[in-house]
Design a protein around this ligand. Sequence first.
Ligand SMILES: Cc1cc2nc3c(=O)[nH]c(=O)nc-3n(C[C@H](O)[C@H](O)[C@H](O)COP(=O)(O)OP(=O)(O)OC[C@H]3O[C@@H](n4cnc5c(N)ncnc54)[C@H](O)[C@@H]3O)c2cc1C
Length: 813
Amino acid sequence: MSLPSVARVVIIGGGVVGVSALYHLAKAGWTECVLLEKNELTAGSTWHAAGNCPNFAASYGVMNMQRYGLALYRGLAAEVDYPINYHVTGAIRLAHTHERMMEFDRVRGMAAHMGLTMEMCTPDELRQHFPFMETHDLEGGLWDPLDGDIDPSQVTQALAKGARAHGGTIARFTPATGVSRENGEWIVHTGKGDIRCEIVVNAAGYYAARVGEWFLPHGGRRVPLTVMSHQYFLTEAIPEVAAWTREHGRKLPMLRDVDSSYYLRQDTHSLNLGPYERNCQAAWVSADAPMPEDFSFQLYPDDLDRLEWYIMDAMERVPLLGTQGVQRNINGPIPYTPDGLPMLGPMPGVANAFEAHSFTFGIAQGGGAGKVLSEWIMHGHTEWDMWSVDPRRYTDYTDPQYCLGKALETYGHEYAMHFPHHEWPAERDRKLSPNHERLIADGARMGAYNGWERANWFARDGDDTSQAASRTWNRNGPWEPRVRDEVEAVRDGVGVIDMCGFSRFALSGAGAAEWLRGIIAGGLPKIGRMNLIYLADSRGRVLTEMSCMRHGEDSFTLMTAALAQWHDFEVLSRRLPEGLSLTDRTAETTTLLVTGPKARDLLAGLGEADLSLGWLTHQQTTVAGRPALMARVSFAGELGWEVHVAPQDAAAVYAAIRDAGATPFGMYALNSLRIEKGYLTWKGDLSTDYTLLETGLGRFLRLDKPQDFPGKAALQAEAEAGSTRRMVTLVVEPGEQDAPYMAAVFANGERAGEVTSAAYGYRVGAAIAIAMLDVRACVPGTEVEVEVYGQRLQAIVQESAALWDPENIRIRA
Ligand SMILES: Cc1cc2nc3c(=O)[nH]c(=O)nc-3n(C[C@H](O)[C@H](O)[C@H](O)COP(=O)(O)OP(=O)(O)OC[C@H]3O[C@@H](n4cnc5c(N)ncnc54)[C@H](O)[C@@H]3O)c2cc1C
C-alpha cells in the first residue's frame, strides 16, 4: 500500500486508543484519516495488557467513557465480523472497611445514574460469586455484572477492521519521525514520505513524551508522563478452577481486593494476579538508562520479589492461588500522568493537534476514548464534559521530578479512595504564595490548586492534622470547628484569604471590546467596572466563566479559576484576531480577598482608596503604601474587596491586613460561604454538560444583541422552547456527609437529576446542595431525595439560588 500524501487527520500510534479513534472518525464519515504505526498494531502497551474491562471509576466522565466502550465491545465482534475473546464474567470488589463500602455505594449510585446496575454485597454474597475466597475480615463488596476481560489484540484488530471498512487508512511499519508546519497545515514526516494534513493526534502510548517534543517549536509543552513498570503473572492450571468452570459453564468472576491493591482473575484454568505495589518502579527515568528508540513487543525482566507482599496477601484471601507455581510473568511499560488519568483532548498550546495517550486502563477506556477524541476533532466539543482527562488540566509546573514523584504516588495508590478533605502529599510546594511562611505560621493546612499552595483551613494547637484524620467521607473532622469559626469571622467581622494563582489575562488593542462582544454570551462592563462574562460552545453549553475588569475602551483584565489557566487562555487565544494583544499575567499579580461587614473599616485604615465606590467597581490605589488594584466583589457574599498586588508587595500588604485584625480563612470556608450565595464553581457546577440557560445564567445572556456569539442560535432555540432542566439550590437533611458530585436526586421516587456541588452553610445553618433537576421538580418547596453514599436524604428545592442575603444587601452595603 502506498502512503497517502494528503489526509484530514493523521493519528500517530496504533495501539487500542489510536485505532479506536480512527474507527470512530471513519464511521462518522471522516474517511480521509491515516493512522501511522511504527511496528505492528498493538506493539506498545496494548499487546501485553491483561485486558480487564471494568465500568468502575471514581470520575463520572471516565466511567461514562468505560460504560460506552464496554457496550461497544459487546457488539463489536458481530458488527465488524471479527472474533474477539471477551468474557463478561462480572467482578467483585472487596471492602475491608466501612469507608470502602461507602465509596462503593457512591460509585454504585453514579453507575445507576448512567443506567448501569451494580450491587452492594454482603460477605456471604461475595462468596456466592467467588466460592474460593476467605471473607471473615471483609465488610462486604460490590458486584458489577458487566465487568470482564477482553483480548487486547483482538479488540484492536476488530476496531482496525471496522475502521478500514469505513474507509480509514492504517499504515503499519511506518514510524512518524517528526512534524512541521507549512501554509497552515501539518506535514507529518515518515520514513515512507510526508503526509500533509489538517489535524495531528499524538496517540503514541508510552512514547507520547517523545512525540510531544516535536510540538515544542509549535507552542507545545513537555508531556507530563512517567513510564512505570507494571506486572501480572499467571499460575499453572488449577484443577479446582477447571472443575468449577466445567460445572458452571463459565469463568469465575474477576476479584479485586482494592484495599490490598491487586486484582485476581481466571485465565483459562489458571489464575492471573496483578498488583499495584507501593514499592513500585518507574522505568527509563535516568539519563544513563533512557527509553530505547524502539521497545516494540518487548518486556522488562521479571521482578516478582517486588510483588511478594501482594502474592502472600492474595494467597491468604484465595488459598487456591498457592497451590500451583508461576507459569508466566508479564512486566511491561505503562504510562502514568501525575494523577493517573489519561491525556485526552486538545494539545495544550498547539492548534489543530490533539492528545490521546498515557492510558493506564487503555483497554477498558479505548472504546470510549475513540468516541471522545473523534468528537473533539469533528465538533470541537464532546458529548460529556471530559475535564477530568483534558490535557490542559496540568500547566507549567509539571517538571520531571514532579511527574516521577506523582506517578509513584498514584501507581502505588491506584485503588485508593479519594476523600474530599484529603490532600495527597507527594511533590507539593510547586508554587508558593509570597505569604506562604506567614500562612503556615498561622496554622494553614494547604491544598494544591493548579500547583499553587493555598490554605484550606487554619489549624490550632492540638488539632489533629494527620493524613489519617482526613481519610473520611464525613463532613466533620478536625477542620470542621475551625471552618465554622472562619465563616463566622467573615460573617461578623472581617476575614482575609490569600487566593494566589488566580489566572489572569490582559487583553488590549483597538477593537478588543467589539471582539469580546462577539464571543461572550452577555454584555461588557463600563470602564471602571467589572462583571462576569460567559463563553458557550455551539450548543450553548458553559465553556467558561471569567471576571472581566474594564480599564479603558479596549483594555481589559480577565480573571478566571487557577485551574482554568491554560484552558481559558486557549479559549480566548484560539479566536484572537490579528492586532489584539492577549497576555497571561498570572505570575505578575496575586490576590487577597478582604471580606466581611468590617472590611471597609479595616481597609480605610490602610490607604486612600475610595471605599464608597459601589459593588462591581475597581480602582488603582495603594494599600499599606503599596500599589494595588482594588475590586469591589466578594465570592464570600459579604461586603468585600479583592486586593490585587504585585508578588513583591504581597507580604507587606497581607501583613498589614492581618495586623489590622482580619481573620485568615481558607478554601473550605470560602466554599461554604459561596454555596450559601448560590455562586457556582467552574467544573463543579459550570461545565459543558449543561447550557447557560439550564445553569440559571439567563441574566448574563444578551440574546438580543447583534453579535452572533457561539451558542447563540442554540440558546435562542432553548429560550423559545423552554429548558427541560434547571439548576436549583437544595437544603438537604444534614446527614454526616455532603452530597458528592453527581449524587442522584429523586422526585416522587423517580430520577430527577444530579448534584453538582454541596457543602454545609454555617451562616444559614443548613446542608446545601446545588443540583441540576428536571424542570418539573424545580418548583420551590418540592420535596426530593438526594442519594448520599447510599443513603437517601430528604431535601427541599429552594425559592432562591442564594440562601444568604438573596437581596445582596450585605455586599452592596
Ligand atoms: C502489564 C500490563 C497490564 C495491563 N493490563 C490492563 C488491563 O487489564 N486493562 C486495561 O484497561 N489496561 C491495562 N493495561 C494498560 C494498557 O495496556 C494501556 O493503557 C493501553 O494499551 C494503552 O493503549 P494506547 O493505544 O494508548 O498505547 P499503546 O498500546 O502503547 O500504543 C501506542 C502505539 O504507538 C506506536 N508509536 C509510538 N511512536 C510512534 C511513532 N513515532 N510513529 C508511529 N507509531 C508510533 C507504538 O508502537 C504503539 O503501538 C496494562 C498495561 C500493562 C503494562
